[in-house]
Design a protein around this ligand. Structure first.
Ligand code: ATP
Ligand code: MG
Ligand code: FE
Length: 359
């Protein structure tokens, strides 16, 4: 099926068009730059940027795909989770488009969309670190790490059975990168800068805490994450060093911090694969771009006999193609479309792959 997907849950206005598993267009406009001076995504700013970008981004995707809108079989849109005001813009646009064109509309879950991204194949799409593309096998464990979420999922059926194994109990991993970058005087978004600086540092210079990895924590939070203690620990360390009149060894701090994040993320994800007997791990989200997260995931996956998949980075960060891909799977599986009475749901649970299913 030919499906157009709309994504506006955070700071990316994404419109993608797919035919089944084939990617035809993936147009993305980001308001990242507008948030830079605040050091994080400002919800009102993001929502207003979506209003301005949604029309042109739809036009760009349609032109890129070389289709006309009446050829579409369906439209898909992110209903949640995400920023309420931002989500509402995409939901309104998708409803208007579906009504005007008389097309079925599928309101879907953003997190499950991240997994759907891994189905796509197309010209120039290369998975990070090689390997097959578009041949995602299920069940799989999925680790989704970005500025807004840090979630470990068990996906048995993309259009049906998705289970939340664990998630962050405080900051998201990307958020931790952004906050630590800020206190090291690095620009926003911090992830790529920490990654770059860390390459010159010693990852064992400072032993920063690994959240929720003590035996007592593991009992209740085996697959959960916590990064706010780590962030505070880095802040204290930097403060103490400055107070002592010493220069902060930025590269060592960045490398040691990055190591702590990569260690916890990959250890818990691989533990889930082992515990559940699921030998597949999928990475998604902006933090999947992190060189150390990818390297350690590859190393530990290989040691555990787990097949690791990392989609191309353009499909790891928020985009409309992943939403179109999930929509196409729902259409192909014969699922009924959503009724138009759904809204934005900022806390939509991952178990709800589609909302407002007709009938
Ligand atoms: P959502 O949470 O809804 O997916 P988002 O906009 O926060 O939204 P992305 O756009 O997928 O998510 O990712 C952005 C985040 O990824 C930022 O926090 C950024 O610092 C982080 N990031 C990007 N590249 C790297 C990297 N190389 N290392 C670590 N973090 C990175
Ligand atoms: Mg983003
Ligand atoms: Fe996301």
């Amino acid at each position: 099926p030919l499906v157009l997907g709309i994504e506006t849950s955070c700071d990316e206005t994404g419109v993608g068009i797919v035919r089944g598993r084939t990617l035809l267009a993936n147009a993305v406009a980001s308001s990242m730059d507008e948030h830079a001076r605040f050091g994080g995504v400002v919800p009102e700013v993001a929502a207003r940027a979506h209003v301005e970008a949604i029309g042109p981004t739809i036009e760009r995707a349609v032109a890129e795909a070389g289709i006309s809108l009446d050829e579409l079989d369906a439209i898909a849109v992110t209903s949640g989770p995400g920023l309420a005001g931002a989500l509402m813009v995409g939901v309104a646009a998708a409803k208007s488009l579906a009504l005007a064109l008389g097309k079925p509309l599928y309101a879907v879950n953003h997190l499950v969309g991240h997994v759907g991204a891994d189905l796509l194949q197309g010209d120039g799409l290369r998975p990070v670190g090689g390997g097959e593309i578009g041949a995602l096998e299920l069940p799989t464990v999925a680790l989704l790490v970005s500025g807004g979420h840090t979630s470990l999922l068990l996906v048995r059926d993309l259009v049906g059975e998705v289970e939340l194994l664990g998630e962050t109990i405080d900051d998201a991993a990307g958020e931790a990168f952004d906050k630590v970058a800020r206190l090291l005087g690095l620009p926003y978004p911090g992830g790529p800068h920490i990654d770059r600086v860390a390459a010159e540092g010693d990852p064992n210079a400072i032993r920063f805490p690994r959240g929720l990895t003590k035996p007592a924590d593991l009992e209740r939070h085996r697959y959960d994450f916590s990064f706010s203690g780590l962030k505070t620990s880095v802040a204290r360390w930097v403060e103490r060093t400055r107070d002592a009149g010493d220069e902060v060894p930025v590269a060592d701090v960045a490398a040691s911090f990055r190591e702590a994040v990569a260690d916890v993320l990959t250890a818990k994800a691989i533990a889930a694969c082992r515990d559940l007997g699921v030998p597949r791990l999928l990475l998604g989200g902006g933090v999947a771009a992190n060189a150390r997260v990818r390297a350690l995931a590859a190393e530990r996956a290989e040691a555990a006999g787990v097949i690791l998949r990392v989609p191309p980075l353009s499909l790891c960060t928020d985009n409309g193609a992943m939403i179109a891909s999930l929509g196409a799977q729902l259409v192909a599986a014969g699922h009924a479309p959503s009724t138009l009475d759904f809204g934005a749901d900022s806390t939509l649970p991952v178990t709800e792959v589609q909302v407002a299913v007709a009938g």
